[in-house]
Design a protein around this ligand. Structure first.
Ligand code: ZN
Ligand code: ZN
Length: 345
């Protein structure tokens, strides 16, 4: 089969299509004919060599959707033809964290597609069924592929972790990416007023269409004063921090007393200066949000199928163009999500 193999960490041009042996599903696994795989900034970070669990040669991609074409031994409940989409990572389902619903924190089985597990930049991939959600019949493959890591992550971030309530004001940085556009829509759907921050004038209209009441274009990333101005000096109740280190200080300065900062992205893998005094006097909460549970993936697919969340798949590219897709993502040329389409098997 054909797959894009990363043989050496580094530049986007290191992603090259090769012929590799067809994988076979083991116990509790299925073989999936990949029909689409989303390209996520996580993949860029992974390609650069910043994720310690990935070893080259590697097949990246944790946003795959396709059909089951082979079922491994002792894998009840799955059959050939089932339509599936991957979670980002697995969980054991049995430990104390999993039993309390915090599957994305499971340590017993934390294998991640595209890291320890070969991912979806391929015609076929083996997937443990614990990492698969079921895709509605009428949903397009590129939409199904990206639902987990965009809308599913938004459900985890805005609802599960952020506990956004009607009437609250929510600041979203990096708002014009795949997660951002879903988070804007979901926060609006849940009754919040959304202030979106983006680096590019070209992305303002998409953010208003997604439901942002205010859009701040901030190339220099000094948006806290503007947030104060647009909230009559109050600040925001929740900040969804998708950019991470580069915007964190400004987000912290944008908070109303008692605010929650939910950190879900760290694009440059950098560190931040934190003044504990600010956290103390405003009793701020700083929360992490990581990956998606199966229940959140199902909810994401429901929200998408019902039209409550509109997917922003900006372009489908051939799998062989994986390198170019990374290059475009790194150069901020993408609003929404790019997906890769493997060649017909
Ligand atoms: Zn992703
Ligand atoms: Zn577990």
């Amino acid at each position: 089969m054909k797959a894009v193999v990363l043989r050496e960490f580094g530049a986007a041009s290191n992603l090259r299509m090769e012929s590799v042996p067809m994988p076979r599903p083991g116990r509790g696994e299925v073989l999936v004919h990949v029909r689409a795989c989303g390209v996520c900034y996580h993949d860029v970070i992974n390609r650069r060599g910043n994720l310690p669990r990935t070893h080259v040669p590697a097949i990246l991609g944790h946003e795959a959707a396709g059909e089951v074409v082979e079922v491994g031994p002792d894998t009840p409940g799955w059959k050939i033809g089932d339509r599936v989409a991957t979670l980002q990572r697995l969980s054991c389902g049995e430990c104390a964290l999993c039993r309390s619903g915090r599957n994305s924190l499971c340590r017993k089985d934390n294998r991640f597609f595209g890291e320890e597990l070969p991912g979806g930049y391929a015609q076929f991939m083996v997937a443990p069924v614990a990492g698969l959600g079921r895709v509605p019949d009428n949903m397009a493959w590129e939409v199904a592929a990206t639902a987990c890591c965009t809308t599913g992550t938004a459900v985890h971030t805005v609802r599960t972790r952020g506990q956004v309530k009607p009437g609250e004001t929510v600041l979203i940085t990096g708002a014009s990416g795949g997660v951002g556009l879903s988070a804007v829509q979901l926060a609006k759907e849940d009754g919040a007023r959304v202030i979106a921050v983006t680096s590019s004038e070209a992305k303002v209209q998409a953010l208003h269409e997604a439901g942002a009441a205010e859009v701040i274009v901030s190339r220099g990333l000094d948006f806290a004063a503007e947030v104060r101005r647009r909230t009559a000096g109050e600040g925001v109740n929740v900040a969804v921090e998708i950019v991470g280190s580069a915007t964190f200080e400004q987000s912290l300065k944008s908070m109303a007393p008692g605010g929650r900062v939910v950190v879900v992205g760290n694009l440059e893998s950098g560190v931040v200066n934190l003044n504990p005094g600010l956290v103390i006097v405003k009793e701020l909460e700083i929360l992490g949000a990581y990956a998606t549970t199966l229940g959140e993936l199902d909810e994401a697919l429901r929200l998408t199928a019902s039209g409550k969340i509109r997917p922003f798949v900006s372009e489908a590219m051939a799998l062989a163009e994986a390198g170019r897709s990374h290059f475009r993502l790194e150069n901020r040329e993408v609003a929404g999500r790019l997906v890769l389409i493997p060649p017909e098997a």
